[in-house]
Design a protein around this ligand. Structure first.
Ligand code: URA
Ligand code: SF4
Length: 203
C-alpha cells in the first residue's frame, strides 16, 4: 500500500486512549506489516515533559511499550540524574512501528525513511496537541526531523530551548541508543545528561 499516511486512521474523538486504540489498526505505511504491534506513547496525559524518540526497538516491539529495552534503561538513569521523574513524563516515538531487517535470527534496527516519518507524524502531532507539554525533549535526528524539520541540526543546537508556542519549548539532544554505540560512552552520556538538565531548568 505504501505511505498513505496515518491521517485517515485517526479517531473522530481526540483523546489519548482513543488515539492509542486507533493507532493499533494503523496501516499508514508499510511498517505495520512486519512489526508485532503498534507501540504508542505512554505516560501522564498532562505531563510537563514529553520525550520523543525514534521508533520502538526489538524489546519495545515485543512488549508494546516505549523505552523498555537497553535505550530505555539508559534514559531512565539520565532522567533520574537530571531530576526528571519518569513517572511524571509522557514518552513516545516519532514512528510507532519497529523497522528492522532479519539477520541471522536477529532483528536489526533500521532507520525510518523521511516518508515513513511523515506518514506517522499525525499520531505524534495529535499527542503533542493533547499532552501539550511545556518542554518537549527531542531525542535524535528522526524525532528532530519530525518535529523541527529536515534542516534542523541536533549537533549544532542540542541543549538549546527552541520556542514551540508561548511558554513551551523543544530541546533537542542525541538519542540514548547513540550513547550505547559511542566509542566514548562516558562523554556521550555526560552530554546527554547536560541536555536533559538544560531542559529541566526551563521555567
Ligand atoms: N529507541 C527509541 O527511539 N524508542 C524506543 O521506544 C526504544 C528505543
Ligand atoms: Fe501507521 Fe506509523 Fe505504523 Fe506506519 S509506522 S503503520 S504510519 S503507526
Amino acid at each position: 500500500m505504501g505511505n498513505i499516511g496515518a491521517e485517515r486512521f485517526l479517531p473522530a474523538e481526540l483523546n489519548l486512549p482513543a488515539l492509542a486504540d486507533a493507532a493499533r489498526r494503523c496501516q499508514g505505511c508499510d511498517l505495520y506489516r512486519n512489526a508485532t504491534q503498534t507501540v504508542f506513547g505512554e505516560g501522564v496525559p498532562d505531563a510537563r515533559f514529553m520525550l520523543v524518540g525514534e521508533q520502538p526497538g526489538d524489546q519495545e516491539d515485543r512488549r508494546g511499550a516505549p523505552f523498555v529495552g537497553p535505550a530505555g534503561r539508559m534514559l531512565d538513569r539520565a532522567l533520574e540524574e537530571a531530576g526528571i521523574d519518569r513517572e511524571a513524563v509522557y514518552l513516545t516515538n516519532a514512528v510507532k512501528h519497529f523497522k528492522f531487517e532479519p539477520r541471522g535470527g536477529r532483528r536489526i534496527h533500521q532507520r525510518p525513511t523521511a516518508a515513513e516519518i511523515g506518514a506517522c507524524r499525525p499520531w505524534l502531532e495529535a499527542e503533542m496537541l493533547l499532552v501539550d507539554p511545556d518542554v518537549t525533549i527531542v531525542m535524535g535526528a528522526t524525532a528532530a526531523r519530525a518535529l523541527l524539520g529536515p534542516s534542523f541540526r541536533v549537533t549544532r543546537h542540542r541543549g538549546e530551548p527552541v520556542p514551540r508556542r508561548d511558554g513551551a519549548y523543544y530541546v533537542a539532544t542525541i538519542h540514548p541508543s547513540a550513547i550505547l554505540r559511542a566509542p566514548d560512552r562516558d562523554t556521550a552520556y555526560a552530554g546527554f545528561l547536560a541536555d536533559l538538565r538544560a531542559a529541566a531548568a526551563i521555567t
